[in-house]
Design a binder for this molecule. Structure first.
Ligand code: ADP
Ligand code: MG
Ligand code: MG
Length: 904
């Protein structure tokens, strides 16, 4: 088993398609070597070693890979002409993590490893630049102390001991920026940093490069299991088994002086998808300086720089002198970079996110990966590349992260309203979208407020990975510091969350929990709105309008329809929902719940009268009042779905849900029905059940009170005939809920067919209709072959099926499911993501058994899962005819269904 893969000088043992083993970073470092992009030499320790580390610990791993690592270091030495641990010509390396998929800000990197009191002198002499040598040394001690020796503060209240020392030194010297530190200051810093290490850990700072190296390698493996990494994995459904690789790589230095720099770039605009190369850099800087917001980063291209300055309100003169673009400050390097980025994008055929360093005028690439992007950028880039012939249709579809399409469906700020509101601050358009919410400053508060269903906007000076939880629940994020590639910006774009970053003029006071913007002091809880597409911050709440769904979005949807084998229907109870869903491309209604129709206005009264009636005659009297109302509703829905199938479910919830529980309403009802209040109370109480979800509901109502089914069947058939007479192409499908025994369905079907025949006779006209059932009781799935003898169609009600298969009450499971997920007992919430191994097997059985008796059986799903991409794919692969989901999930399901067809 090969555990260490080397790369360098145009050769590599790994390849881009070995991400599972080498991690994304390692695999692409190898590939860049192979295609002639300049990359410092190094090696990658595989993800399998991480698994061994987690299971067997440090000693076992060191023993296993020691020989390989020593050989691989020798490989770097031979390519660089340096020697690890040598007093005269030392090799310095970086130690970097790298999982299969990129996890921004999750894993920590150590730079300049191999540095010690001898090495610093040698490097100082060799480079003729003592400032650079000592700057590298002090950075190393700090990074090593933070990452490997565990001195990084755990909470925000704790202060990084190194930052504290740094601030003191800076204050004593009266300087602001790191770049102003002189050699003597840096030497002093190294001394103080080491003292801080001794004080914090009780041990001297390790001087042996080999000890440093093993410490750092193991720290990377450890970081796979740190809290932030675990949280990110949970949020993004990344399995723990994957592990991280470790990359060890010769250092190149961006901090060698004014001919050196470091930066990050995107081959296209990650927010809008426009084909514009863009990025940021800093002269005389190293590693994460650009993203950390220590200094204001500068733009790479001149055009980008001018746009940036305009947004910041900086004059052209000031821009050119203080913040020149790379094209101006290092034109040769800029040219190389522009060529290289094009080469990388052409090669990987996708938008790339790059990290580079310029050492004394020479460009080096340190990372490339497919860049995170917003939903809008995802669609535009795929369609642009398809039109340019770079990728084919199937690839364009596969590139869709279906869930992200959601961002494109939601409203944007009303252009006219925006003109009237006050712009209180302006920052960078870091991640598009329209967000309105109440200000909070801390992640904990964001979580707590969001739990109470409040809409919040997180306002921060800058964000760090600790803020992830808060960002996740916020409507949007506003930061005072940080550029387009800052943590906030990158993470927000990944989440598809609106973000305005680097709004320099806002003054955040964490202690007072206030932010000053546009001359106004905003407190925690005050309302603001963010426009992530322009970088504007507005006072108060701003109205929104519907999103535009033409152009590239429509093109992707057309592609989806071309490849899909499954129709996407919608769950809709009103003509309005039906119309929205149709706009999103729904091919019919998979679930129309009739009970919602009974709550409006006077209807609930008639409903209650029906429920509380003592005998059939009373019930029929009340049902007669409900009939025309239901008929009217159905007509509206049939009209909205002209030409398409509409599945209507008969009354489903326990009757208890319809009766009044408050005294005042009970009194009112008593008066209306000519009953005493006691009688009403008694009747209401008698409907109470210990376990209503398993009680008198679903077809059990229709089987005990057939007159309810009669009324609903009549309303449906009459409505169908009425709209037919108006020229509408109507396809009613009547669905009986909660069937567990075939006799239930047979009895209900008899009622429906009898009523239909009657209505046809009365009207002298007919219409084709279907009678089917939901499969949502486990027994129904198990006896699906019998049920299919009666049913024209099946629709899997996976909400109830999940509830009854797991035995988890949907209404009570929230409490323990959260803990189950944290403890890893369940990977996902089975009410959100279909449990393919358990519930899914019942679904499979239902489909197969059903079709064994009736090959023509039409099958669909109408639970919440019908809009969740992995569940949609599962259903598609089972050969269902359709999935049905809420209107806003229709486009997501269409793309997921098409992807399932392509993957087959
Ligand atoms: P992350 O996964 O968080 O992006 P990286 O491993 O990419 O972490 O490294 C953090 C920073 O250090 C990046 O800016 C990267 O470019 C820089 N860096 C890593 N290795 C080297 C190296 N050998 N020489 C110079 N800079 C490096
Ligand atoms: Mg990092
Ligand atoms: Mg990186």
């Amino acid at each position: 088993m090969k555990r260490v893969y080397t790369f360098g000088n145009g050769k590599a043992e790994g390849r881009a398609d070995m991400k599972n083993l080498l991690g994304g970073k390692g695999a692409n470092l190898a590939e860049m070597n192979l295609i002639g992009v300049p990359v410092p030499p190094g090696f990658t320790i595989t993800t399998e070693v991480c698994t061994t580390y987690t299971q067997q610990g440090r000693e076992a791993v060191v023993k296993e890979i020691q020989g390989d690592v020593e050989k691989a270091i020798a490989h770097i030495e031979s390519l660089t002409g340096t020697k690890f641990g040598d007093a005269a010509n030392p090799l310095l390396v970086s130690v970097r993590s790298g999982a299969r998929v990129s996890m921004p800000g999750m894993m920590d990197t150590v730079l300049n490893l191999g540095m010690n009191d001898e090495a610093v002198e040698a490097i100082s002499k060799k480079s003729g630049n003592p400032r650079f040598a000592w700057d590298s040394y002090r950075r190393f001690v700090q990074m090593y102390g933070d990452v490997v020796l565990g001195m990084k503060p755990k909470t925000k209240e704790d202060i990084d001991p190194f930052e504290e020392v740094m601030d003191k030194v800076k204050e004593a010297k009266g300087i602001k920026s790191d770049t102003e530190l002189q050699v003597e200051d840096l030497k002093e810093l190294v001394k103080l940093f080491k003292a801080a290490v001794k004080e914090n850990t009780g041990k001297d700072f390790p001087t042996s490069p080999w000890e440093q190296l093993w410490g750092a390698i193991c720290a990377v493996f450890d970081s796979w299991m740190n809290e932030r990494a675990i949280l990110y994995r949970r949020m993004n459904q990344i399995p723990e088994e994957w592990g991280t690789a470790v990359n060890v790589q010769a250092m190149v230095f961006g901090n060698m002086g004014n001919t050196s720099a470091t930066g990050v770039a995107f081959t296209r605009d990650a927010a809008t998808g426009e084909d514009i190369f863009n990025g940021e850099y800093l002269i005389n800087a190293q590693g994460e300086d650009v993203v950390a917001g220590v200094r204001t980063p500068q733009q790479i291209t001149l055009e980008g720089s001018r746009r940036w300055a305009a947004l910041q309100g900086i004059s052209e003169e000031e821009r050119a002198s203080k913040y020149p673009s790379l094209e101006e400050s290092m034109p040769e390097c800029a040219k190389d970079l522009i060529e290289t980025q094009q080469k990388l994008e052409d090669y990987f055929k996708d938008m790339q996110d790059l990290e580079f360093t310029i050492q004394d005028g020479k460009l080096w690439l340190l990372q490339t990966r497919n860049g995170k992007r917003t939903g809008a950028a995802m669609v535009k880039i795929a369609m642009d590349m398809l039109r340019a012939g770079i990728i084919d249709e199937k690839t364009a579809l596969k590139r869709m992260e279906a869930q992200k399409l959601d961002e494109l469906l939601h409203p944007v700020f009303d252009k006219d309203a925006v003109k009237r509101v006050k712009v209180v601050a302006k920052g960078l358009p870091a991640s598009p979208g329209a967000a309105t919410g109440q200000i909070v400053f801390f992640a904990d508060d964001a979580e707590a407020w969001a739990e109470k269903r409040k809409k919040v906007i997180m306002v921060r000076i800058e964000t760090s990975p600790e803020d992830l939880r808060g960002m996740n629940v916020a409507q949007g994020i506003l930061t005072a510091r940080g550029g387009m590639t800052s943590h906030a910006a990158v993470v927000a774009r990944g989440m598809g969350k609106c973000c305005v970053s680097g709004a320099g003029e806002i003054k955040v006071d964490y202690k007072a929990r206030t932010v000053e913007m546009g001359g106004k002091l905003y407190k925690e809880g005050d309302w603001i709105s963010l426009n992530g597409s322009t970088g504007e911050v507005y006072d108060g709440q701003v109205p929104t309008v519907d999103a535009d769904m033409s152009g590239d979005f429509a093109a992707i949807m057309n592609l989806a329809d071309k490849y899909t084998k499954v129709d996407v229907r919608t769950n809709a109870d009103t003509p309005r929902d039906a119309a929205v869903a149709r706009k999103f491309g729904a091919k019919g209604i998979g679930l129309c719940r009739t009970e919602h129709m009974f709550f409006e206005g006077d209807r609930i009264k008639a409903m209650r009268e029906m429920i509380l009636s003592k005998d059939e005659e009373g019930r029929r009297h009340a049902l007669d009042k409900l009939l025309p109302m239901q008929r009217g509703d159905f007509e509206g829905i049939f009209e909205a779905m002209d030409g398409l199938g509409v599945t209507i479910r008969l009354l489903d919830p326990p009757l208890h849900e319809f009766v009044p529980h408050q005294l005042a309403t009970q009194k009112e009802l008593a008066e209306e029905m000519g009953m005493t209040i006691e009688e009403v109370k008694l009747a209401c109480d008698s409907l109470a059940e210990f376990n209503p979800m398993l009680g008198h509901r679903g077809c059990r109502l229709g089987c005990t009170y057939p007159e309810i089914t009669e009324m609903q069947a009549r309303a449906i058939i009459e409505a169908a005939l009425n709209v037919k007479a108006r020229g509408i192409d109507v396809h009613p499908e009547i669905m009986v809920p909660l069937v567990g025994v075939v006799e239930e369905l047979r009895m209900q079907a008899d009622v429906i067919n009898r009523v239909a025949a009657q209505v046809f006779e009365e009207r002298g006209d007919t219409v084709a209709y279907k009678v089917g059932t939901m499969i949502e009781v486990p027994r129904a799935a198990v006896t699906a072959d019998q049920i299919a003898e009666v049913a024209d169609f099946f629709s899997f009600g996976t909400n109830d099926l999940t509830q009854m298969t797991f035995g988890y009450s949907r209404d009570d499971a929230g409490k323990f499911l959260k803990i189950y997920k944290e403890k890893g007992i369940l990977k996902t919430d089975p009410f959100e993501v279909l449990d393919q191994k358990g519930v899914g097997q019942l679904v499979r059985m239902g489909v197969e058994k059903g079709r064994s008796t009736k090959p023509s059986l039409k099958v669909g799903i109408c639970g919440e899962h019908g809009g969740e991409p992995s569940s949609v794919k599962f259903c598609a692969k089972l050969g269902m005819n359709y999935v049905s989901c809420s209107p806003y999930r229709v486009p997501i399901a269409r793309v997921a269904a098409a992807q399932a067809a392509i993957e087959e």
